[in-house]
Design a binder for this molecule. Structure first.
Ligand code: FES
Length: 136
């Protein structure tokens, strides 16, 4: 019996015959455009799914955001939110503690801890580590 035959037999035993197309699918998450202002003065726009972090969304463009930990403890990913701060997740106690501990200004957010919740977000990438844009 081939590996595919085993898979087919297991599906039959588990009552999954006919594939997963009949299984209910979760609704697709909405997407929102996010504008990033780069340190070199250029801008780019990416589409972020609801809940994507700014670090994750920026990774789809030519200028990534500097990161160290991506869990909100180093403060490397600090960005200036120029527009649409109300369409980002609220800074929680963990982010606020990190900002206080490492000296991130109150006006800045940690991009790895900021989830996109709506349209109209515009962010200035600070890139304190000085990464260069990625060549297309
Ligand atoms: S990458 Fe470390 S706080 Fe965001």
């Amino acid at each position: 019996m081939t590996p595919f035959g085993i898979r087919k037999r297991l599906k039959a035993l588990l009552g999954l015959e006919g594939g997963s197309s009949s299984a209910p699918q979760p609704p697709a998450l909405p997407s929102y455009d996010v504008v990033f202002d780069c340190p070199d003065g250029s801008t780019y726009t990416v589409s972020a799914k609801e809940g994507d972090s700014l670090v994750y969304a920026a990774g789809r463009g030519p200028q990534p955001i500097s990161t160290g930990c991506t869990d909100g403890t180093c403060g490397t990913c600090r960005v200036d939110v120029l527009e649409g701060a109300e369409f980002l997740t609220v800074a929680d106690g963990h982010e606020l503690k990190t900002k206080a501990d490492v000296g991130v200004p109150d006006a800045q957010r940690l991009a790895c801890q900021s989830g996109v919740l709506g349209a109209g977000v515009r962010v200035k990438i600070t890139n304190i580590l000085g990464e260069e844009p990625i060549d297309p």
